[in-house]
Write a protein that binds this ligand. Structure first.
Ligand code: NDP
Length: 384
């Protein structure tokens, strides 16, 4: 179905909407399933051991503390699901069979959650930086961007938890779609295998380094509103897995050379992404840390100019864009649909870089100007 037919013919649009359509009872059942998933994840997070990491120092000199046991939670969750599948308690294609409906149910849940959190933020009597109201008075803006920085529920930091749930949800959807292909077609196609391999490595790596999340822009600077609630739990899992859905109904002839090139793009992107984020995180913990074998160089002792951070001011974005691109390459170039994720990420990170630049310029003032002179490239060295 072309974009033109969807725009010009409302009937065609309704056809596109069909997989998302869900009736009342089904909606309640599916929302309960999603709530069950969130409940189990919260329980695992509470009982499993994990390092407690102090978050960034907030404006009122307080910090939020994060228990980083996402990897343990993921492993236990996957083991539990494996056992449940083995004994036929659940089907491995439970998500893949009703992906659109599941997406609608998660969306409705996120909508309700965002309204509840906006109201809770409006009426809060808390005055710490993380819990006080940051309301602007514009209801739409407050709902979209959130009112509180780090709202919690029963001691659980909702923002940190929500990203965990979304990243794990992405992996569960991928696995379920792979299981559907395996059951229906008797094997995994090479393209599906490559996509699954890259995503699995990326997501496990994310949880291996979960503590690094505690210093990212979303965690330190964004309030928790619909944008993040929806972005983390609906957008990430349901759209980042588009390639897998697409590969279910399209076969791609991938040559060994193309597959090798694809692996290379992934490895280069991953190395840049991981090194940049690790270097910054280690530098924040110890400004004298060694980077590429030499003591870290920093402007004013605060802005790292060694390693990746001396190549471009957001080398981590460059790595992430390459990785995203490598997720889509197994689908070939016959359709733009599987390229949704890298295209979206490219636009998002370009916009995010501008916002982060403005924030850093206000925070670091002259030091930031000096950093921009020392490292003129924003993301892509010699290009941008
Ligand atoms: P960063 O992790 O790059 O954090 C930016 C912050 O780092 C700045 O605000 C500043 O904060 C600090 N900083 C910037 N430059 C320097 C420097 N030279 N030396 C020391 N500190 C510096 O940004 P994000 O949180 O946006 O991204 C984190 C990762 O998440 C990235 O790899 C990104 O690609 C990925 N990401 C992925 C998304 C996806 O959908 N797949 C979406 C968004 C991000 P401070 O005040 O602490 O100094």
């Amino acid at each position: 179905m072309s974009l033109f037919s969807v725009v010009s013919d409302p009937g065609a649009f309704m056809e596109l909407y069909q997989p998302l359509k869900v009736d009342g009872v089904e909606l309640v059942v599916l929302m309960s399933v999603v709530l069950g998933y969130l409940g189990i994840l919260a329980l695992l997070g509470a009982v499993l051991p994990g390092q407690t990491i102090a978050g960034t120092l907030l404006a009122d000199k307080t910090r939020v503390y994060y228990k980083c046991n996402g990897l343990a939670s993921l492993v236990v969750m996957l083991a539990g699901l494996g056992i449940a599948i083995k004994f036929d308690y659940i089907s491995p294609t439970i998500i893949a069979d009703r992906g659109g409906k599941m997406c609608t149910a998660t969306f409705v849940l996120c909508l309700m959650m965002s309204v509840w959190l906006t109201l809770r933020g409006y009426f809060t009597k808390e005055n710490s930086e993380s819990l006080k109201s940051h309301a602007t008075g514009n209801i739409i803006e407050d709902w979209w961007l959130g009112v509180q920085l780090n709202p919690n529920f029963l001691g659980l930091d909702l923002k940190f938890f929500w990203i965990r749930a979304g990243m794990m949800g992405w992996l569960l959807i991928d696995f379920s779609v792979a299981a559907k292909q395996y059951i229906e077609q008797g094997s995994l196609s090479p393209s599906m295998a490559l996509f699954q391999l890259f995503c699995t490595l990326y997501i496990f790596d994310y949880f291996w380094h979960e503590e690094y999340m505690t210093s990212t822009w979303d965690i330190i600077a964004e309030n928790f509103g619909f944008m993040l609630i929806f972005g983390d739990l609906v957008f990430i899992p349901f759209t980042f897995s588009i390639q897998a859905w697409w590969l279910l109904s399209h076969s791609v002839d991938i040559t060994p050379t193309a597959a090798a090139m694809n692996v290379l793009v992934f490895l280069i992107g991953f190395a840049v992404f991981r090194s940049a984020n690790t270097q910054k995180h280690k530098f924040k913990q110890d400004p004298k840390v060694k980077i590429w074998g030499k003591p870290a160089k920093a402007i004013g002792g605060r802005l790292l100019v060694s390693g990746c951070w001396g190549i471009s001011r957001h080398c981590n974005y460059l790595g992430d864009i390459l990785v995203a691109f490598s997720f889509s390459l197994p689908c070939g170039i016959s359709s733009p649909v599987p390229y949704f994720y890298p295209t979206y990420l490219f636009i998002l990170l370009l916009w995010r870089e501008r916002r982060d630049e403005a924030r850093c310029s206000t925070k670091y003032k002259e030091l930031w100007k000096e950093y921009c002179k020392a490292v003129p490239w924003r993301i892509f060295p010699y290009i941008y």
